[in-house]
Ligand binder design. Structure first.
Ligand code: S3P
Length: 172
């Protein structure tokens, strides 16, 4: 089984995915890190030198590659992955995958992202908490329609231990 973690930037996909993989002994892969490794460039630099369209094409290509790989996997996606090209068709309504949306409030996301914005090209220009809340609120609204197609939706405003316990209960 492949467990696929979905959610906005800062929702904890990579942190929770890594911890879940260790807990249930399933290999963990982070799509952004996989792209950086394959492209030999950071996401930040890919956006800067080749642009978002190139990034989305490569993201689609590597997503397919990982979904086609044999064996179980905990896979954390980028925040935009389910929303571009036809990635949603690959991800949802497929019995080989368990898709999980880590649902975090706009306020909590904005707090986290103001600290972690440097590596994230889409929000690196935002400087105040107020601006971040406004951006995330609008952007999340557009993306929620994709995220909500996930099989499991969990309240991920909680601490890591609570989220992991809930995930294990719902997935296994
Ligand atoms: C993006 C999210 C990022 C990364 C890229 C674009 C997005 O991943 O894929 O910067 O469109 O939301 P994280 O969600 O891991 O930050």
């Amino acid at each position: 089984m492949k467990i696929i973690l979905i959610g906005y930037m800062g929702s904890g996909k990579s942190t929770i995915g890594k911890a879940l993989g260790l807990l249930v002994n399933i290999p963990f892969v982070d799509l952004d890190s996989y792209i950086e490794e394959k492209e030999k460039q950071t996401i930040h630099d890919i956006f800067k030198t080749k642009g978002e369209v190139y990034f989305r094409k490569q993201e689609h290509f590597y997503l397919k590659e990982l979904l086609q790989a044999d064996g179980p996997m905990v896979l954390s996606l980028g925040g935009g992955t389910p929303c571009f090209i036809n990635n949603e068709k690959l991800l949802f309504n497929n019995t080989s995958y368990k898709t999980v949306y880590l649902n975090v409030s706009v306020k909590e996301l904005a707090d986290r992202l103001l600290i972690g914005k440097a590596s994230r090209p889409l929000i690196s220009h935002i400087n105040s908490l107020e601006e971040m809340q406004e951006f995330v609120g609008k952007h999340l609204f557009e993306r929620t329609v994709f995220y909500n197609k996930s099989e499991v939706v969990i309240d991920a405003n909680k601490d890591q231990k609570t989220i992991l316990e809930k995930l294990v209960m719902m997935l296994f």
